[in-house]
Design a protein around this ligand. Structure first.
Ligand code: ADP
Ligand code: MG
Length: 258
């Protein structure tokens, strides 16, 4: 079982962004993808999620034994792919609880014989949500708030983690979930992620900074630069980056390429 990306090439408005990216994420593994701004990290996340602006020119993506690129974004989510966006939007007038129940029904809802979604009963959903919220040490009041309206950076991220806990994805991609978080919020988000790790769930943590990796320990670290993974390693690669910055690794790689 794995998420397998083979020679992926993606362009935006005919400009090539991902230039042959390959990555193998086994089920249960935690991978970090690090890279400077503009290297194509978010493009990878959006292309995997199926955003229409991101044109897949070539390559393959296999989710277990299913060809992901042939699926709609909705089908990808039902297959167990989850993406936490870098810039969540506010949805006025929709409470967290309502939004989450709709999301759970859409992604996990069972179908009746007539093909209609029978959905999860409100009482059952409340219990499920209360369970997940206590697992994530969240205040119950939080579910009554309107989605992302007046949320602090930390609260938005928490809302995403709660959504992830309820959807129980197999492959979760977090795009710069750490950006703009103070240290307390970062700890809360990391604890949430750590409480959701396990043999049947993989994480791809996309980040510019090494900081979040002090709290979430990746099994593998990859450096993305100019649309390609130029180096892969273990945790030590992230700590090397913290000390040296990206410049050395990029220079070394350019030397090799010449
Ligand atoms: P990262 O997440 O690593 O900072 P992105 O994937 O967001 O990088 O961007 C990679 C490149 O694609 C950048 O050169 C950026 O300017 C370009 N790009 C990203 N999104 C768009 C877009 N919606 N329209 C045009 N160009 C874009
Ligand atoms: Mg980005």
């Amino acid at each position: 079982m794995s998420l397998s990306i083979k020679d992926l090439r993606v362009s935006i408005d005919e400009k090539p962004i991902l230039k042959g990216l390959s990555l193998e994420v086994g089920l249960g593994e935690i991978h970090a993808i690090m890279g400077p701004n503009g290297s194509g990290k978010s493009t990878l996340a959006y292309a995997l999620a199926g955003h229409p602006k991101y044109e897949v020119e070539d390559g393959e993506v296999w989710l277990d034994d299913v060809s992901l690129l042939e699926l709609t974004p909705d089908e990808r989510a039902k297959m167990g792919l989850f993406l936490a966006f870098q810039y969540p939007t506010a949805i006025p007038g929709i409470s967290m609880a309502n939004f989450l129940r709709t999301a759970v029904n859409a992604i996990k809802g069972e179908k009746n014989g007539d093909g209609k979604n029978k959905g999860i009963a409100i009482t059952e959903f409340r219990k499920l949500m209360t369970d997940k919220m206590s697992l994530l040490k969240m205040d119950k009041e939080f579910a009554r708030r309107y989605l992302n309206e007046g949320f602090s950076g930390g609260e938005k991220k928490r809302a995403e983690i709660l959504q992830m806990a309820l959807l129980e994805p197999k492959y979760a991609i977090l795009d710069e979930t750490d950006s703009g978080l103070d240290i307390d919020a970062l700890k809360i988000v990391s604890e949430g992620v750590n409480s959701l790790t396990g043999p049947n769930r993989s994480f791809i943590i996309i980040t510019h900074y090494q900081r979040i990796l002090n709290y979430i320990k990746p099994d593998f670290v990859h450096i993305l630069y100019n649309g390609q993974i130029i180096e892969s390693g273990g945790w030590e690669l992230a700590s090397r980056l913290e000390q040296e910055g990206y410049d050395n690794i990029i220079k070394e790689n350019e030397m090799e390429a010449v």
